[in-house]
Design a protein around this ligand. Structure first.
Ligand code: FE2
Length: 159
């Protein structure tokens, strides 16, 4: 999404110490049906960040397709900086990409039944009271529940 000033991992193969402690880790399914809620767990840091009065993760935010899903304020006494959000993809997210009809933006089409899907971006932002805001993203495939009738799908979760 590029939420402006947020810091991001520069090299996933070689994380720096600040990146290990601050970049949010997004745990989510690879795919979900439009309209079906699913859980997304955001864990701050591959290495747990300290949570004490002078230095802690104060906030975790999640966005889906650049729209806010939720924002949770954390307290130093909280223990681990970890938040679970409930997220729902929409038919509109699939349709928006269908209109663009662009493989770059992740529109998928099943040749057998016309099941449509789109790769939509989950973006998490974690804020440290000392070291600022850190962002990372993960794609999730949102699959349309609207399948053309009379043709059996040979692709996707309906199998
Ligand atoms: Fe920090």
């Amino acid at each position: 999404m590029a939420l402006n000033a947020n810091q991001q991992i520069k090299d996933y193969g070689n994380l720096t110490d600040p990146e290990k402690k601050h970049a949010p880790v997004i745990v989510a399914p690879d795919e979900a049906m439009a309209g079906n809620p699913f859980e997304v767990r955001v864990i701050v840091g591959n290495v747990p960040h300290v949570m004490d009065e002078s230095h802690y993760i104060s906030q975790v935010e999640l966005y889906l397709d650049e729209e806010p899903v939720g924002k949770v304020q954390l307290k130093p006494t909280q223990g681990a900086a970890e938040v679970v959000f409930v997220v729902t993809g929409t038919e509109d997210m699939v349709a928006a990409r269908e209109i663009r009809n662009c493989t770059v933006h992740g529109f998928g089409l099943c040749g057998a039944c016309g099941t449509r899907s789109a790769i939509v971006k989950l973006t998490a932002v974690a804020t440290c009271n000392v070291h600022g805001s850190w962002e990372d993203s993960k794609g999730i495939e949102i699959i349309s529940a609207n399948v053309r009738s009379g043709r059996k799908c040979t692709w996707g979760p309906q199998l």
